[in-house]
Design a binder for this molecule. Sequence first.
Ligand code: ATP
Ligand code: FE2
Length: 322
Amino acid sequence: MFTLGFEGTAHTVGVSVVHEDGEVLSNLFKTYKGTEGIHPRKAANHHASEVVPLIERSIEEADIEKEDIALIAFSQGPGLGPCLRTVATAARSLSLSLDVPLVGVNHCIAHLEIGRLRTDAENPVLLYASGGNTQVIAFKKGRYRVFGETLDIGIGNMLDKFGRENDMSFPAGPLIEEEAKKGARLVDLPYSVKGMDVEFSGIMTAALNKDDPLEDICYSLQETTFAMLTEVTERALAHTRKDEVLLGGGVVQNRRLQDMIQKMTEERGATFHVPEPEFCVDNAAMIAWTGTLMHASGISISVEDSNIRQKFRTDEVEVTWR
Ligand code: ATP
Ligand code: FE2
């Protein structure tokens, strides 16, 4: 059985074909790169013009026929309304025209499930750090629960905003990483951990107001915010008594963040897992795969009930497939 999955919560529109045994046959995407930060309408228009060619190429690359598709999965939320709506419309119409069931997938849970598929992690604590999201998630009592999260903006959005103010192109995360390698002096920035939660806007404002060399500020921005993420991830490990850490989201491609988390994990005697880059960033394979798991456990939705959910919370989903 093949599932066609659609991702479309933010900048990226993706289409993927996944087999029920977990083989990813295609995983294509296009990313909208606006110059002035996230513009939901423009991103949605981008997705509208890219989604049909992506469907065709994805099916072709998977080397299957349209008729072989037995399930359609789409990212139902959380995310930007116009983007979600555009991609959901494509998913619904394909589900109707092929006459196959439809499944709405929570995007954050999909990051965790694709990590379980692509790595040896079985029951991990996930650190999900992307542009719009920063959460520490783990499975407990039938649900994926959020043990810690950002109280304001996602860490990636913070990095991208800081980069924009410093004339870096979008996305700024990788450029800040390069700049930080040249820095070595720790500039004092606020360290904002509140229990299991974190905050980034105050740190960004403080960083923007420093006169130090850019490389030292980038270095300090990474050291401070990554230490915060490492601390809350460690606290979630201790609290849940789990012994695996999984990374997900675009920001976890950062080597310095990976090194810090890995060191903490090994010091605790836990294991460290990070999927290949194409499965860290927003991708449709994670939606197709999570949809496959959900459907195998008896879940599907009618087109009438398939409204997008901009504020779709991770712990709203009853996990019937574990
Ligand atoms: P979401 O909808 O899940 O919030 P997103 O649209 O932000 O996702 P992702 O592909 O998960 O998309 O992540 C993109 C973010 O990752 C950007 O903010 C980018 O700056 C950041 N990023 C990418 N590479 C790096 C890196 N090497 N270091 C730090 N941040 C990075
Ligand atoms: Fe994401």
